[in-house]
Design a protein around this ligand. Sequence first.
Ligand SMILES: *[C@@H]1O[C@H](CO)[C@@H](O)[C@H](O)[C@H]1NC(C)=O
Length: 197
Amino acid sequence: MDTTVMFVVSLTAAFVLTSATGSQPSWRQVNKVKLLGFDWENCGKPDAAAVMRTLMVSPDPISIPGEVTAAASGTTSVELAAPLGVNVTLEKEVAGFWVKVPCLEEMGSCHYSDACDVLDQLIPPGQDCPEPLHTYGLPCRCPFKPGSYSLPESDFFLPHMDLPSWLTNGHYRLHGVLGSEEEELGCLKVALSVSSD
Ligand SMILES: *[C@@H]1O[C@H](CO)[C@@H](O)[C@H](O)[C@H]1NC(C)=O
């Protein structure tokens, strides 16, 4: 699998895990969330092992709750196996400056020591991968063999959700580095804006 999918999955995992362990951050009830201006780029070295090739998300804005369409493809030249570290830096624009959001209860700018472990907790080994991964025969647990992975255009329904209280309206950018034993395997940047009411 590619780096973006890993980030999204590990962030989702962090949400799920914090609510499961009862150490909930304070949540903000919102009726509707809009994600605007989604953009992404690779930030790894030219010879990075794991590279996102394409990533398409629509519509713009994305409404939550609502439907989202996504397609992605990526390659990895090495096997992605445990321990697979992910370092996330999340920044918010405040009065024209980018300010780092700290790691608060597994969300924000956090270091995840092993994304494989997070995936195993989310999708217990032996269980089928969630749709649409299952349909396309895409893996959802480590190890990910070297090769190309492609998710054709797929529709998802994003259910109603509350936001962590620090996730206020504004522009955000996220920088994620995937690594194994001190070696950088891939890097991805994502930008988007959050608007809720
Ligand atoms: C994450 O950051 C820590 C501390 O700076 C560093 O030791 C580790 O190698 C980094 N991991 C990745 C995947 O970049």
